[in-house]
Design a protein around this ligand. Structure first.
Ligand code: C2E
Ligand code: CA
Ligand code: CA
Length: 586
């Protein structure tokens, strides 16, 4: 497959996009750090930012920039290499030396100067040299790319995109459309492994896959900036938009690009939100879709999440700080519930019952809020360990008493563990002290860890598994197939169960590759003595196909929505939560 032209190869193929101010600020703070500069400034495509450090004489540098930036730009423009440097910086009209400065041109892919990057030191600081010039040139190269559009023709800039959406919204007569917010997955890894130019090529290839994918009439695709894209779908319901996003994810992952000699599988995650009435700048829609996209990315690669209005009370204005605060309060006041979902045996071989336990926050109106909406905030505010502990404490407390009432029941409760819990040095000791004869029997427990969390700290994960297996507790690799290196690590971890990510189940009947992966995992599981489970099973045909392919168990709405744990902790388990007849009796 050929690769979309990188921006360097196709100068001027489409207009430059506005750089993201946050990205500019990020560059600035890195320049300031790298050059130990008292003052740094940037101007690109009409956006300017500067940073000033509290230091004697630093404000003089800022004043000079404020009044003399135009002259400085002309000076830079007039040089052949686009670099101006001096260790004898004076004011506009001469006067005493007041600092040191390097200014470099920011150029677009066609070589035209589109901005300037400046770093200055005060009189007291050391001189600037060629090392600093070189660093500035590299920063300038990186920065100029923030406004370059690596995208193929057909991608809209933000203004055109917004206008297109608003034009449809105004004539839609109450039937609003949806926005998809897409963010290329793991671009930083590619940037690190193969360099920034490779990252650009990947963005270009993703953009091309998105614009070339057929979408309903009136739709538009926008390259927001960097690795972020938006798609507008007129008159689309959330579920239609979700399906469109899933197809776009597929279109991107189908595009296996060769980037700087490396065969690279590209992927993107999307958040979906509807466009609310009276949102003239699309800010609410975009913020909601972005929040959903973050939730999608936190759950792995090539994911789609829909922003649910029902959760507005907890995601007030998408503000993570508020969500984290609300979560902390909920954990303290026990305003959370445990729900359970069965993992049904697909063949008659196993009689053991399995349930996955999932956390739910209880919001002000008493409704349940899915963790997909607060786990991203919990992760950002380092609350996952707290969340896991609160959940495990509650689960153990309840199971301890339940075990007394039904000691002979062959049942396993599977609890999700987050990466930070696994890496937490005290976690294993805390957990072990709570499992055992006087507490919950190890045979009643299983922990689910995602591959990404497991590989983040391989030795600690192995220690955790070894210790708990000795007590009869099992481990499952969750979201299997979405991580980076599934098979190589599988041998490192002594797991009893592989939980195939829901995306494979969803694509099973339409994508031959999903089917061959599922078949392969079923065979692998059988040969290694590991149970395989398919998540998100929603239809009878999918259940049948999974059974034919040799998957051991299935979990999903077909068999039962997650229900309060309480309803299954009754001595006679029959009536409360069981699979539909056809599925329950293998
Ligand atoms: P997961 O571990 O992959 O959990 C399965 C998710 O799929 C659950 O979402 C479940 O409600 C949903 N699901 C089940 N069947 C179906 C189906 O047929 N179709 C569809 N579309 N979805 C289905 P939930 O409960 O919102 O959990 C989301 C994620 O949050 C979980 O993904 C897990 O990663 C995390 N999580 C949930 N509870 C906990 C917890 O107690 N601690 C930690 N650390 N993470 C948790
Ligand atoms: Ca899970
Ligand atoms: Ca999962």
């Amino acid at each position: 497959m050929t690769l979309a032209a990188s921006p360097a190869q196709s100068p001027g193929s489409s207009p430059a996009t506005k750089p993201d101010p946050a990205a500019l600020e990020d560059v600035l703070s890195r320049v300031q750090l790298a050059l130990d500069a008292a003052f740094v400034a940037i101007e690109l495509e009409g956006i300017s930012r500067s940073l000033l450090r509290e230091a004697p004489g630093a404000h003089v540098l800022a004043d000079l920039w404020r009044h003399g930036s135009r002259g400085l730009k002309e000076q830079v423009r007039a040089t052949a290499d686009g670099v101006v440097g001096t260790n004898r910086l004076r004011g506009e009209r001469g006067g005493p030396v007041c600092g040191k400065l390097i200014a470099v041109a920011l150029r677009d892919t066609g070589g035209a100067m589109v901005g300037i990057l400046v770093a200055a030191r005060t009189v007291e600081q050391p001189k600037l040299g060629s090392g600093e010039s070189q660093a500035m040139i590299e920063f300038a190269h990186e920065t100029a790319r923030l406004s370059a559009s690596p995208a193929p023709l057909g991608l809209l800039g933000w203004i055109a995109f917004r206008d297109l959406a608003l034009q449809h919204e105004s004539v839609a007569g109450g039937l609003s459309g949806c926005i998809l917010y897409g963010d290329v997955d793991q671009l930083h890894v590619l940037n690190k492994l193969a360099g920034l130019a490779a990252g650009d090529q990947a963005i270009a290839a993703v953009g091309e896959a998105l614009v070339n994918h057929p979408l309903p009439e009136g739709s538009g695709v926008c390259h927001i900036s960097g690795d972020r894209f938006a798609v507008y779908l007129p008159k689309a319901s959330l579920s239609q938009a979700r399906r469109a996003a899933e197809r776009l994810c597929q279109a991107v992952s189908d595009r296996c690009a060769v980037i700087t000699g490396l065969r690279t599988r590209l992927s993107i995650s999307f958040g979906v939100a509807s466009v609310p009435p009276a949102d003239p700048e699309l800010t609410q829609a975009l913020a909601a879709a972005e929040a959903a996209c973050r939730a999608a990315k936190d759950r792995g690669r090539s994911r789609v999440e829909v922003y649910q209005d029902a959760d507005l009370s907890i995601i007030r204005r998408n503000d993570d700080v508020l969500v984290a605060e609300r979560l902390r309060e909920a954990l303290e006041t026990q305003q959370f519930a445990i729900v359970a979902q069965p993992l049904i045996a697909l063949s008659g071989e196993s009689s053991a019952e399995y349930f996955e336990l999932l956390v739910r926050l209880i919001n002000d109106t008493g409704t349940f809020v899915s963790p997909a909406h607060f786990i991203p905030a919990a992760a950002r505010y380092q609350m996952l360990v707290e969340l896991d502990r609160a959940m495990i404490t509650r689960v153990f407390k309840r199971l301890r008493s339940a075990h007394k009432e039904m000691p002979g029941r062959t049942i396993r409760f599977s609890v999700n563990l987050s990466g930070p819990s696994i890496s937490n040095p005290d976690f294993l000791e805390w957990l072990s002290s709570n499992i055992g004869p006087s507490s919950v029997p190890g045979e009643w427990l299983q922990f689910e860890i995602t591959e990404t969390a497991a590989v983040a700290d391989v030795s600690r994960t192995r220690t955790l598994i070894r210790h708990l297996r000795a007590r009869g507790t099992e481990f499952a690799l969750d979201d299997f197939g979405t991580g980076v290196s599934s098979l190589s690590y599988l041998r490192s971890f002594d797991v009893a169960m592989l939980k195939l990510d829901g995306s494979f189940t969803r694509d099973l009947l339409t994508d031959p590759r999903a089917e061959s992966l599922v078949r392969g995992v079923a065979q692998l599981g059988r040969s290694m003595g590991i149970q395989t489970v398919a998540e998100c099973v929603e239809t009878e045909v999918v259940r049948q196909r999974l059974t034919e392919l040799g998957i051991d168990r299935a979990q999903g709405f077909l068999f039962g929505m997650p229900v309060p744990l309480e309803s299954i902790l009754i001595p006679d388990p029959e009536p409360a939560i069981m699979a539909p007849q056809s599925a329950a009796s293998p």
